[in-house]
Ligand binder design. Structure first.
Ligand SMILES: [Zn+2]
Length: 207
């Protein structure tokens, strides 16, 4: 069995969405002074690899502690979308052989951005037609390789489409070294109470 880490390395240097500071570490105890190490982590709920809960955009949607964790574990397919330069439409997905209940991970050219690069506003996004196709195909979760599936100017229509159909959204995956194909996926968000998202560690498991 091989476990492939596809999560974004967390540090004060990591790419932040829209220039906010994504994370920083405070040294509470240092080995030189205290004979041990202890740190305090300050991190945004949408920093690096994270899971969005429906209440991010739906008024009465579930919060991250209420999320059904069976949607972020199980059979997954990594779909090669690297030939699409602007947005992932239905056309990019029709031949992907997505099965009902799959976790669908979209590998785009976003994965070429380094984890500490400055924010790329021209990132590839998920088009509403792509989101609709994934919801209709019965995907239980969609994983994306940038810090958001869509630009703020898109009015978050793809987020809403997925949440309204019970599809969980995972953002900030690192898929550059991953071959398209079938895997087992696991990605569990921190159990933050009454919050709209949480950082997570995401892996693919190859049997
Ligand atoms: Zn998010």
């Amino acid at each position: 069995m091989k476990v492939i880490d596809i999560s974004w390395p967390v540090s004060s240097a990591m790419t932040s969405y829209k220039q906010d500071e994504a994370a920083w570490m405070e040294i509470v105890k240092s080995f030189v002074k205290d004979g041990m190490r202890e740190s305090m982590l300050h991190i945004g709920t949408h920093s690096g690899t994270h899971v969005d809960a429906p209440c991010h955009f739906l008024r009465d949607g579930k919060t991250i502690d209420e999320l059904d964790l069976s949607t972020v574990y199980g059979a997954a397919i990594v779909v090669d979308c690297t030939t699409f330069a602007d947005s992932i439409t239905e056309k990019a997905l029709v031949d992907a052989k997505i099965k009902k209940g799959d976790i669908v991970l979209l590998k785009t050219t976003n994965s070429l951005n380094g984890p500490n690069d400055s924010f790329n506003i021209r990132f590839v996004s998920l088009h509403l037609s792509g989101a609709k196709y994934l919801a209709d195909a019965g995907a239980k979760a969609v994983g994306f390789d940038y810090l958001s599936i869509e630009k703020p100017v898109d009015d978050h229509v793809a987020h809403r489409e997925l949440f309204e159909n019970g599809v969980t959204i995972i953002e900030g995956l690192r898929l550059n070294d991953v071959k398209p194909g079938r895997y087992t996926f696991a990605c569990f968000p921190l159990n933050l109470v009454a919050v709209e998202a949480a950082p997570a560690r995401a892996v693919l498991i190859e049997e």
